[in-house]
Design a protein around this ligand. Structure first.
Ligand code: GLN
Length: 465
């Protein structure tokens, strides 16, 4: 029993084998002390003795009394007086927060480089980014520094890092998981979700964190299925749509090749493959960066140096607030607040914000139409594998474009999963994205589990030297 390998261990194995969770935590700590100086996934640990199944938590999810900083200077030293609903639900299932993991500041980014602490490294190639914004969560799971993790996804922040790090990441349907205690980025898009080593763990974790919460007015009062019931190896008759708009020349050829091989495998297993259209896909990035920044500029208004975190000096109140925000926010956060304030301002509101809302409806209609014909949709998760640290840092637009395959899912409020579907010749993981209709995570689990059962990608682990 003592002889398990912590790097491969999943939560369902811990439960099935009834492993001693105190021993799991001990082994995890040892592994962290040996490897995390290279990966740099963790931001903070609390040295309390708690018993239960450990889980890594993204630093924008409130854990009572424990540092929760969104990887921002403005929240340095902030310890929330309450738990996020997901943390309460985990506690009831005897799952305990085991360290906070790195992220892009306030979840703005796709590379984990916008953290006020340090960038996290991709365990498959330490010179590359783990993706973002939940880069710490994905890198920790991929390198065995965490059994599993929670991330948040506003435009791809669970799925893109999962794809870059070769793990499973699920953005649930909007409203499936309570956002209470998730520090808000864009409230109409944010969802908390699992990042795990395999599909079964994602189902287990979604079971625990889902459900109606009176503290979140957007949480859906819909009964939660037992998602583990969908872990069946059978795709017979499942209709899978392939949207041509996601396979344009900007997509890396190795990514494309692996996705098509995965589709072929599913076809051989009995799925029905159909070409479909999602004609408004090309507007995704524009629509998202108007709506998300507008909501962010409003949500971030609460960080004024009075209510939370650090306060700067100032001769007047206005000067104090300006100094606090000037010193506390990083450059990407400032860029987004400017952009969001601009698109909401008098004279521009109609041209930008209002039009973006209309276009968002068109994107949603595309999916509604597609799901009349198919049960799920398969695309790449990201147009490229993990890029190099620093490569896109001075080119925000190219960074924004890396979200092109994931953003529309948030605009439409539907669920989607990224799961490993191969490696490039250089050994970088490639992610396959499966989308489904709102509140239809079951078909995602079924398809993903069936695919996973026929492949071994998820069993491969990075060697960190
Ligand atoms: N990368 C996207 C952004 O920068 C998405 C981030 C997220 O999902 N939180 O906004």
């Amino acid at each position: 029993m003592e002889n398990f390998d912590i790097t491969n261990l999943t939560a369902h194995e811990i439960l099935e084998k009834k492993l001693d969770t105190a021993l799991v935590c001990k082994k995890l700590k040892e592994h962290i002390s040996q490897v995390d100086n290279k990966v740099k996934a963790y931001i903070s640990f609390e040295d309390t003795q708690k018993n239960g199944l450990p889980i890594a938590i993204k630093d924008n999810i409130c854990v009572k009394g424990e540092l929760t900083t969104c990887a921002s200077k403005i929240l340095q030293g902030f310890r929330p007086p309450y738990n996020a609903t997901v943390i309460e639900k985990l506690a009831k299932a005897n799952i305990i927060p085991f360290g906070k993991v790195n992220m892009d500041e306030f979840a703005f980014g796709s590379s984990c480089e916008n953290s006020c602490y340090f960038p996290t490294h991709n365990p498959w190639d330490l010179e590359r980014v783990p993706g973002g914004s939940s880069g710490g969560s994905a890198a920790a799971v991929a390198s065995g520094l965490a059994i599993w993790a929670l991330g948040s996804d506003t435009g791809g922040s669970i799925r893109q890092p999962a794809s870059f790090c070769g793990v499973v990441g699920l953005k649930p349907t909007y409203g499936r998981v309570s956002r209470f205690g998730l520090i808000a980025f864009a409230s109409s898009l944010d969802q908390i979700g699992p990042i795990t080593k395999d599909v079964a763990d994602a189902a287990l974790l979604l079971n625990v964190i889902s459900g109606y919460d009176p503290n979140d007015s957007t949480s859906a009062n819909i009964a939660v299925e037992d998602f583990t019931k969908s872990l069946v190896n059978n795709v017979e008759g499942i209709r899978i749509g392939i949207p041509k708009e996601y396979f344009l020349p900007g997509i890396d050829t190795e990514v494309k090749k692996n996705i098509f091989e995965a589709i072929e495998l599913l076809r051989k297993k009995g799925a029905i493959i159909k070409d479909i259209n999602l004609p408004h896909t090309e507007y995704a990035v524009e629509i998202y960066y108007i709506i998300a920044t507008a909501e962010a500029s409003s949500n971030l208004g609460r960080f004024d140096g009075v209510r939370f975190g650090k306060q700067a000096e100032g001769k007047s109140m206005i000067e104090m607030v300006a100094n606090t925000r000037g010193l506390g926010f990083g450059n990407e956060v400032k860029r987004r607040i400017f952009l969001g304030t601009f698109v909401l301002s008098h004279g521009y509101y109609d041209a930008y914000y209002k039009n973006a809302l209309k276009a968002r409806t068109l994107v949603k209609n595309d999916f509604d139409k597609a799901f009349d014909e198919v049960d799920c949709i398969i695309t790449p998760t990201s147009p490229t594998p993990a890029f190099r640290i620093g490569e896109k840092l001075n080119d925000p637009l190219s960074m924004y474009l890396s979200d092109i395959c994931t953003i529309n899912v948030n605009l439409a409020g539907i669920p989607a999963m990224s799961l490993p579907c191969g490696f490039t010749k250089q050994g970088l993981p490639i992610g396959l994205q499966i989308m489904a209709k709102a509140f239809n995570e079951e078909v995602i689990f079924k398809t993903a589990y069936s695919y996973e059962q026929s492949t071994t990608w998820h069993k491969q682990k990075p060697k960190i030297e």
